[in-house]
Each structure stands twice: as structure tokens, then as C-alpha cells.
Design a protein around this ligand. Structure first.
Ligand code: NAP
Length: 512
């Protein structure tokens, strides 16, 4: 059987996602998942005795004939766990082929190390029914991938698997370039490890990768940046991504903890919008705009530390974003223009307006950073009387002066009463232990407390306010309102707020 005919025979049965399984129970897990998924990679090298589980492999294929299996036995020298020689790897993979594995993943380094004698064994493997997938990984960087492909070509594999590590978004652009260059052959599986490479795991099949890899669940990733099956299938809806699917994303650093992909992808799914929203890790405005153009994004969210840095590069800046000195929303205007806006201000004022009449209300904002600035201008513009209190008094004074409101020295707080206190400092954020900006008796001077911190949901100040019988507004309300405003701006459709809320609440519970 010629090599290409092996791939042609398999191709119609291959889903876009291959679930990588590892550990002693990998075949039990494959059997459990087989009801909902059919394509698995077995990392035989992670089993204590790889040869001993081959009868289970054969048994699984007998009972579940729809299942397609890749057998991999990566040696320690190539980043795996198998202590054997190149000959041992080849021998084990030949046995896996005999047991029924459909694809055999042989490392490029192993193929290159085989002696003349063992090349006969490799030829025997080629003549088996299993297709040969030749794989190459770089766990640190993205070198010239075309040179890697050239190195692989003499071994004439059925499939080329090329997996570098992206340390920047720019690195990850090498993957679509490679896939495009080999689009006629349609025999490359390529993605980048690492957080900036995540876009290549989601968009790989759209770029031309034969499939992509997923973990069986969030705790079982076998490579850095690997996403779990349900997230890739149900949240990113990878089986539905086509050339027509509009691309959006969130830029910032760090980005792995962001709940925006959960919130916005849920909104796209619930409204039947053909769009996907990607986590895009960068702290560089240059790289942000390069990525925006390179991926032809229809829109993007911007978060720390980029909200201010993006301003000079925006073609059409909304006056509110100009006034706040920060943009959190980018949209592609017809043509190539990028418009920038700010939905943080509405994210603060809208939920509050649902609880009290803002016109005439007295409001104290804690903090003088970006979130505080959005709060001060938004609430002032809705007719509230605003005061700012900040750890560094000069920054409070500066913001107060710009907005035409009052800077409050902390010692006067004991003598004041407010309708609302808004916490716009990071105090209470998960994994940050800093001094509280306000104490229990000072907090008691308000009728409503709004904590902009949303992770965790129950912040120390929310707990304190509730213990004093003060009604509270949770930070998730701002997060949802600014995200819903972005969705509505981009799509012109009403945001499915309840579904977005449930998705974010679930994600917050899982991450706590
Ligand atoms: P930022 O620009 O870094 O500003 C932080 C402000 O908090 C600064 O004014 C800082 O005071 C003050 N601060 C820091 N630690 C303090 C402490 N221990 N006691 C008193 N004041 C302290 O941050 P940001 O972008 O405005 O964000 C602030 C918080 O808002 C974030 O941590 C985030 O949790 C929340 N947020 C929520 C949402 C949402 O969607 N819910 C959106 C954006 C932000 P100095 O001037 O003295 O340094």
C-alpha cells in the first residue's frame, strides 16, 4: 500500500481533534471517551511498561471499531519518558502497529539515528497497514520550520508533525506560513506549544493542519498550552471554524487567567454567530497590531498592560476612550481602519444605575488607576457627586483635577457618608496579598458597596460589607457589562447576558 493511500484512507475518518492520553490508565480513559470521541493518541512512553498495554490496545479496537489510534513512544532524549534506544522505540511502535494502531508516531531524531540494519525494520513498518507520522518538537523556541520540513522529507512519512514552542505571538505566525506552503500536500499537522501558541491549536485546521491535539480534561495536558477536548469542541467550536468564521480575541499579559474567552465564545455560540474569540498573549502594542492585521481580526478586547499603549496606533478613537486615556475595545471598520473605544465606563455605570439613581448620588471611588479613572468619569457624567481616595494622594488629586471632582484625604473619611463606595484597587484579587484600602468602620459610611475585583467573587471587602448589612454589587457585574457592550458593538445583536453570566460563574468556580 503506498503511503499516500494510507492517509487518503484514514482522512475521511479523522476528526479535527486528536485527544492525547497518557499514564497507566490511558486505555481505560480512551474506552470511557469513545462514546463521545473517536480519535486518540496513546503516549505509550508514559506507561510503566509500554509493551504490557498493547493487548489492551488491540482489545479496545476490537470492541470499538470506530476508534482511530496514534501510538507514540517518545524517548527521554526527545522530551518523552521512554528510556530505551531508537531501536527500542521502533520495535515497540512496530508491535503497536501489529496490535492495530492506525498511525505510528516516530520521532525525527529516532528515524535519523537508526542504523542501516534497522532501516529494514522501518521499511517493514512502512509496509504495515499503519501510517507513518514523523514528528519533531522544540520545547523552547520556533526555529526555521521549512528547514525542519526539509530534514523530514527524506524519510517520506505519510504525515509530518511539526511542533515548535511559541514564546511570542509572532513566533506562532510561522505555523500558518508553513501550512500554507504545504497546502497542496495536505499532510502536515502543526501547532505551537506555549501560551502565545494557543491560537495555532484553535485555528490549526483552518490554516490547513490535518488535525490538532487536545487534552482529555483540563488537568491532563500532555504539552504546554494544550487545551482540553470539551473546551476546544464546545467553547471554541473547532469543528465549525471555517475560512468564513470571523476572528476576535483578547490581548494582554498575562492572559491565561482571563475569563473573556469563556464569556465571549459563549455569547457567539448562544446567538449562532459564526465567530471565535482567542486568548492572545502579548504585552507589546506593536505585536498586538501586527496580530490584528495578520489574523484579519474583526475586533479585539484589550487588557493589562495595553489599554493606554494602544491609543496612538488607533485610527479612529472614540471621544470617551480619548477622555479616559484608555481603550479596551478595538473594532475593524470597513477597510483597514481600526476604531478604538472604551466599554469599562459603561461596565461600571450601567450595573450601578440598575440599583440607584446616579444623578445626585454621592460616590467614593477607591484607587486612581485605570479602573478608577473609568469609574470617576462615567459616574460624574451620569450626574453623581464623586470623590476619589487613593493610597498615593497626589494621584487622587491629579485624577480629581482632570475630572473636576474631589480628592479625599483618608483622615476625613470618618466624617463622611456616601451612597456608594466603589473599590477600584486590586485589593482582594486572588493571589495578591496587599493592605486593605479601607477598614471596617470606614466602610460602614456607605449604603451600597461595589467591588470591581471579580476573582474571587466573594472578595474580603464584599464579605465585610455583607457582614455589616450593606448591600453589595459584585465585580462580575462590571466584567459582564463591559463584555456585553463589546459583543453588541461588534455584532449589532443583543448580548445573551444570562448565558454569559452562567458561563463566567462556572469558570470562576472551577478556578477557585
Ligand atoms: P491600576 O491601574 O494598577 O491601579 C490600581 C490603583 O489601586 C492605584 O491607584 C493604586 O494606588 C491602588 N492600590 C493598589 N494597592 C492598593 C492598596 N493596598 N491600598 C490602596 N490602594 C491601592 O489597576 P486598575 O487597572 O485600575 O485595576 C484595579 C482593579 O480593578 C483590578 O485589580 C481589577 O481587579 C479591577 N478591575 C475589574 C474589572 C472588571 O471587569 N470587573 C475591570 C478592570 C479592573 P497607587 O496610586 O498608590 O499605586
Amino acid at each position: 500500500m503506498s503511503t499516500s493511500s494510507k492517509l487518503d484512507r484514514l482522512r475521511p475518518k479523522l476528526p479535527r481533534i486528536c485527544v492525547a492520553l497518557s499514564g497507566p490508565a490511558m486505555l481505560t480513559r480512551a474506552a470511557e471517551l469513545a462514546a463521545e470521541h473517536t480519535f486518540f493518541e496513546l503516549r505509550l512512553d508514559t506507561a510503566p511498561n509500554p509493551a504490557a498495554i498493547l493487548p489492551q490496545l488491540a482489545h479496545l479496537l476490537q470492541n470499538r471499531p470506530q476508534v482511530i489510534l496514534i501510538a507514540t513512544c517518545r524517548r527521554t532524549a526527545n522530551g518523552g519518558h521512554f528510556p530505551g534506544t531508537p531501536e527500542d522505540e521502533l520495535h515497540l511502535l512496530s508491535e503497536a502497529a501489529a496490535a492495530g494502531a492506525h498511525l505510528i508516531d516516530l520521532s525525527l531524531e529516532t528515524a535519523e539515528a537508526l542504523t542501516e540494519h534497522n532501516r529494514a525494520a522501518l521499511d517493514a513498518l512502512r509496509n504495515s497497514t499503519a501510517a507513518l507520522l514523523l514528528s519533531w518538537h522544540d520545547f523552547h523556541a520556533t526555529p526555521n520550520l521549512e528547514a525542519v520540513h526539509d530534514r523530514m522529507r527524506p524519510h517520506a512519512p505519510d504525515l509530518y508533525k511539526i511542533v515548535p514552542t511559541a514564546t511570542t505571538l509572532r513566533d506562532s505566525f510561522a505555523l500558518p506560513d508553513l501550512l500554507e506552503a504545504h497546502s497542496a500536500e495536505q499532510n502536515v499537522v502543526a501547532m505551537a506549544m506555549g501560551q502565545p501558541g494557543i491560537l495555532t491549536r484553535i485555528l490549526g485546521p483552518r490554516f490547513g493542519s490535518v488535525f490538532t491535539f487536545a487534552a482529555s480534561d483540563a488537568a491532563s495536558a500532555t504539552a504546554p498550552g494544550q487545551i482540553d477536548l470539551r473546551t476546544l469542541r464546545d467553547l471554541y467550536r473547532i469543528e465549525n471554524i471555517s475560512a468564513d468564521t470571523e476572528l476576535y480575541g483578547v490581548f494582554g499579559n498575562p492572559i491565561s487567567g482571563s475569563h473573556s474567552p469563556v464569556m465571549l465564545n459563549t455569547a457567539f455560540r448562544e446567538t449562532g454567530t459564526d465567530a471565535v474569540y482567542l486568548p492572545l498573549e502579548t504585552g507589546s502594542a506593536d505585536e498586538l497590531f501586527e496580530t490584528f492585521h495578520r489574523l484579519h481580526l474583526a475586533g479585539a478586547s484589550v487588557t493589562m498592560p495595553l489599554k493606554e499603549q494602544v491609543l496612538p496606533r488607533i485610527d479612529r478613537l472614540h471621544p470617551l476612550a480619548a477622555k479616559l486615556g484608555a481603550a479596551n475595545t478595538l473594532s475593524r471598520d470597513p477597510g483597514i481602519t481600526i476604531a478604538g473605544g472604551n466599554t469599562d465606563a459603561a461596565g461600571i455605570a450601567d450595573p450601578l444605575a440598575g440599583c440607584i439613581v446616579l444623578n445626585g448620588a454621592t460616590i467614593l471611588v477607591l484607587g486612581a488607576g485605570g479602573a478608577a479613572r473609568a469609574a470617576v468619569f462615567a459616574l460624574r457624567d451620569r450626574g453623581a457627586t464623586v470623590a476619589v481616595l487613593n493610597r498615593t494622594f497626589e494621584r487622587a488629586q491629579h485624577l480629581a483635577q482632570q475630572a473636576g471632582v474631589t480628592a479625599l484625604p483618608r483622615q476625613y473619611l470618618a466624617h463622611c457618608r456616601f451612597d456608594v463606595i466603589v473599590n477600584a484597587t486590586p485589593y482582594g484579587m486572588a493571589n495578591r496579598s496587599i493592605e486593605a484600602p479601607i477598614n471596617a468602620s470606614e466602610l460602614s459610611c456607605c449604603k451600597l458597596f461595589f467591588d470591581l475585583v471579580y476573582n474571587p467573587l466573594e472578595t474580603p471587602l464584599i464579605v465585610l460589607a455583607k457582614s455589616q448589612g450593606i448591600p453589595v454589587l459584585y465585580g462580575i457585574e462590571m466584567f459582564l457589562a463591559q463584555g456585553a457592550a463589546q459583543f453588541e458593538l461588534w455584532t449589532g445583536k443583543p448580548a445573551p447576558r444570562e448565558a454569559m453570566r452562567q458561563a463566567v460563574l462556572e469558570a470562576l468556580q472551577l478556578s477557585s
